[in-house]
Design a protein around this ligand. Sequence first.
Ligand code: KIV
Ligand code: ZN
Length: 514
Amino acid sequence: MSKDQVIIFDTTLRDGEQSPGCSMNLEEKMKIARLLDVMGVDVIEAGFPIASPGDFEAVHEIAKEMKNAVVCGLSRAKMADIESAGAALKPAKRPRIHTFISTSPSHMKYQLKMTPDQVFEDVKASVTKARSYTDNVEWSGMDATRSDLDFLCKCVEAAISCGATTVNIPDTVGFAEPEEYAQLIRDIQNKVPNIDQAIISTHCHNDLGLAVANSLAGVKAGARQIECTINGIGERAGNAALEEIVMALKVRGDIMPFQTNIDSTMITKMSRALSTTIGFNVQPNKAIVGANAFAHESGIHQDGVLKHAETYEIMTPESVGLTKSNLVLGKHSGRHALKEKLKELGYELGDNAFQDLFSRFKKLADQKKELHDDDIIALIEDEVATEHDQIQFVALQIQAGTEGPQVAELTLSIEGENKKVKTEGNGPVDAIFKAIREICPHDGAHLQLYQVHAVTGGTDAQAEVTVRLEEDGKTVNGQGADADTLVASARAYVHALNKLMVKRQKTKPKEDAA
Ligand code: KIV
Ligand code: ZN
């Protein structure tokens, strides 16, 4: 590895996925992992195998399939965790075990209830154990930025002596400031005698909005791995955002002469795939991937950009994959044009899914004059996500307006059999959701989120709806897209319900399932 190369370690599927509302099922994790692999992420942290059978399975399946990236599984400094990570990673071409333990006084005293000496012993034992599965071992000192420097250095040295090849210095609670974090990385390089045998990694949380700045400061000070997530998702205020890190290094190569293996033209697609999967829309003014990131509204800015793009654009929209397509679809476009568009957008669909998509595309093209790429992507994502669902949305008629009652007449297909009900509600959305509950009772589940997002501008824009259901502390997100917001709402709820049923099936005790 050249000394200017920065390893991009993506933890969207672990730190990101463990944050509220971001949980994904296996299929969704596979989809995100495949995109990360193609995008050029060096290390994919695929999950925390001991945490749940679902996490184990995800790490195992991702480990089987990834062609380029190192696949990493997280473990505490416990033997059972490391064994579980080792087993989950068995099929990986390039496995990494990431083992961590807290090193700060408050974590050791109040959370672990361990003395520093006990923690030190566990550092050595955990790394040694992890090395018995793979020679690619990462060690993290959790809450490193609030740890005693000498103790942290002692642990880092021991981890490296026992075989850790990457040592991670997490700013777990997002407390650090860039110069302070850079100094910590320099101190570790100066005080740990065997530091040249390992790569130093950053892992910064965004509680003070400094995660990206801290990560870059860490790299300037000598770290050569950055842990980050797509759209910056993660615990609390999130992790450092991958897209911001990558583009900052690319655009400011003059003062940060470092390279990554990331194909930045995949950033927009990746960001969008994640936000539709988990129902987390990025804020419009979010750097790099927000809807306004390349929009120039003020007269002076527009004038400048029209005269010469560089006046107000420090990077091109194309460099992050925001391209203006030559192929604009409308109601006269046929199957061939839609197939070409899918190819251009990087999607491959089976025959049945393509036929369904084509019918929905034709219907949408009748309602909207011009279909933008975002419209097509919303339709595809919806189609792919619901293709194998047991309960399918069929039809909806609504009676709404100032004179109640609002009534929904809904038809769903359950394993091929149509069921129809007519229900009243406090507003049309309430009526629809009640109708779904009447056809498929699911009393234990609660609606946690109902969110509507317009895919494009204009009053004829497609609505993309997210519904989050919660049952026994577990959440699922469903998505639906349609030019009719109420149809999109019904589709999203039905999608969430399908996912809930799959989740129930998977978590059913074995004797029950027999
Ligand atoms: O924030 C943190 O400290 C972590 C560790 C598990 C690396 O996520
Ligand atoms: Zn973290």
